[in-house]
Ligand binder design. Structure first.
Ligand SMILES: CC(=O)SCCNC(=O)CCNC(=O)[C@H](O)C(C)(C)COP(=O)(O)OP(=O)(O)OC[C@H]1O[C@@H](n2cnc3c(N)ncnc32)[C@H](O)[C@@H]1OP(=O)(O)O
Ligand SMILES: N[C@@H](CCO)C(=O)O
Length: 519
């Protein structure tokens, strides 16, 4: 919300080290052993997941970030495949010194099930028949996509993801991850997305699907090894692509420009038009040529049946429970960054705001930001500077809750000084928060206080308690804790909740350890 292109931190991003390319990368695959059960109750076997991995996992595998792709994306998120001229689809934010910094994090991206880029989908061979599934492939949901990703993540030995991130349908997977597996996600970044697909979004999907299924070459989904339903698929993409742009971006890209051959010469168009050339003559605006190009290139990279299944999975997506998004998101534990795009009319900002409101109502730490852009929905693939700035600051932000120790020792003020000192020696701690019967913070005793008490022959614990005790809240930035410690020359702070109950301790050692972990 507070972001502006003139923001100084944003400009610092550009004056700082610019990200580099990952160079050549390769795809890998994993076959899920045994039966894979879908939300519909149907099962699949030999489910294959195509994935790419950039950067190295650290020793305890705590630096892994899962990237989830949008509708027509794939596992190739960054770097170049041998011989390719264009990098992966999110290369602007993934790589050394980019927001998803491969020097710090290990980035994984996998192709969704139902897809056509290496993961099992309708174009895969059904092991039972030896033929492509076609429309015998079962209906899949966003939760099924996430369940398959979870199998991959477990196979790689990762217990908790440092973050999950994605835009559009990728954002839906992010939301689903934090609902299905709340303990497995520390941070979540959902961009240009919704928690519940709207009638307008379903409507655009429906027209695209109709374009495909009305193409005679679709042939009931049985076209593998024959001519593909290219016309229907291209038309579906043309409709979809309009929704990924904005009025302003189309004005800027094309205006009312026409193709050079026809220009404004209406007499030429009428005299040269025959039934054979009708279509070409009537496609004289640059925007038409552009859409034709987008449609044509799409048919060379995407399977029509996958388009049907994946758009349907998007239609089914609804995380609200009993009509309430607050209830639907009630189990979420991850910290959230939700980013909307100002010109996105397909997934308008109000849908991101609804997610943030529901998360906040559940006490989840959720931040809302906007990318100011004219690109429309696809801005999440294009706005390099703003994306890098927002993602980088969110990923590198460490809160007190991230490093506090919830296993702490406390003492009541009625205890003896001897007991306090024995507890400190036995548990090897230098700070004991003094708490009331219901766990509320009343003061603190340090090993230094005990040393002074012995020197001064004080015998009562109550006499040496510091009552003006400094503390922090779990949701505060780690910088707040470290500046209190520095200002008051103290090496540990109690962490309290909104009712003044002690819920942990944060120490200067745990803050120092961060330097090794995140720098
Ligand atoms: C999200 C995921 O997970 S992955 C999926 C993401 N990838 C896609 O969606 C691929 C298709 N989408 C796009 O191209 C998207 O618009 C973007 C966001 C990825 C790229 O946007 P931009 O960089 O603004 O490219 P733009 O929209 O101008 O399209 C460029 C293409 O249109 C062509 N083009 C531009 N103007 C015209 C025209 N008047 N007539 C014909 N073709 C034209 C260009 O030659 C270029 O072709 P190429 O892609 O074959 O090289
Ligand atoms: N243009 C992107 C975003 C769609 O939401 C895609 O095709 O996946």
């Amino acid at each position: 919300m507070e972001f502006s292109a003139q923001n100084s931190s944003y400009n610092n991003y550009f004056s700082g080290k610019k990200g580099q390319s990952l160079g050549i990368v390769r795809s890998m695959n994993y076959e899920i052993p045994g039966i894979f059960r879908l939300e519909s109750g149907k099962t699949l076997t030999h489910v294959r997941i195509e994935y790419e991995m950039y950067g190295k996992m650290n020793e305890d595998k705590s630096n892994v970030i899962l990237i989830c792709h949008a509708l027509t994306g794939d596992a190739h998120a960054a770097g170049f495949h041998e011989g390719d001229k264009k990098p992966g689809w999110w290369d602007i934010v993934i790589g050394p010194n980019k927001a998803f910094d491969t020097e710090k994090y290990c980035i994984i991206c996998s192709n969704v099930i139902g897809g056509c880029k290496g993961s099992t989908g309708p174009s895969s061979i059904n092991p039972e028949t030896g033929k492509p599934y076609g429309i015998s492939f079962p209906i899949i949901t966003i939760a099924d996509m996430v369940n398959a990703q979870k199998k991959l993540i477990e196979h790689l030995g990762v217990k908790q993801l440092y973050a999950v991130a994605g835009g559009s349908m990728g954002g839906m997977q992010v939301l689903q991850w934090t609902v299905s597996y709340p303990e497995m996600v520390k941070k979540a970044i959902a961009i240009a997305t919704t928690a519940s697909t709207t009638p307008q979004q379903i409507a655009f999907g429906a027209i695209g699907r109709k374009a495909i299924t009305d193409d005679p070459k679709w042939n009931g989904g049985d076209y593998y090894g024959k001519e593909i339903p290219a016309q229907g698929l291209a038309l579906a993409r043309m409709i979809g692509h309009i929704t990924y742009l904005s009025d302003a971006s189309m004005q800027k890209k094309f205006g009312r420009a026409q193709l050079a051959e026809t220009g404004q010469d209406l007499s030429k168009i009428s005299s040269e038009t025959s039934s054979e050339t009708f279509s070409d003559s009537f496609s004289n605006f640059q925007v038409e040529s552009y859409l034709n190009h987008q449609g044509d290139t799409f048919t060379k990279r995407f399977d029509a049946n996958s388009y049907l299944y994946i758009t349907k999975a998007v239609d089914f997506f609804d995380l609200s429970k009993n009509g309430s998004l607050i209830e639907g998101l009630s189990g979420v534990k991850a910290k959230y960054l939700v980013i909307a795009i100002t010109s996105d009319w397909l997934y308008p900002p109000y849908q991101s705001q609804e997610i943030v409101s529901a998360l906040t109502a559940n006490g989840v730490d959720a931040r809302y930001e906007e990318i100011r852009s004219q690109y429309g929905h696809d801005a999440f693939l294009l706005e390099e500077g703003q994306l890098n700035y927002l993602i980088r600051s969110f990923l590198s932000q460490v809160l007190v809750s991230d490093i506090m120790s919830p296993n702490f020792y406390s003492i009541s003020r009625d205890e003896t000084l001897e007991n306090a000192s024995m507890l400190m020696v036995k548990k090897k701690v230098n700070h004991l928060p003094v708490v009331s019967e219901d766990g509320k913070l009343e003061g603190i005793v340090t090993s230094w206080d005990i040393t002074k008490a012995v020197a001064c022959k004080i015998t009562e614990l109550d006499e040496i308690i510091t009552r003006d005790v400094k503390y922090v809240y779990a949701g505060e930035k780690i910088e707040v804790a470290s500046s209190i410690m520095e200002d008051y020359s103290i090496s540990a702070l109690p962490v309290i909740d909104s009712e003044n109950r002690v819920i942990g301790m944060v120490t200067s050692e745990s803050i120092s350890a961060l330097i090794g972990r995140y720098s």
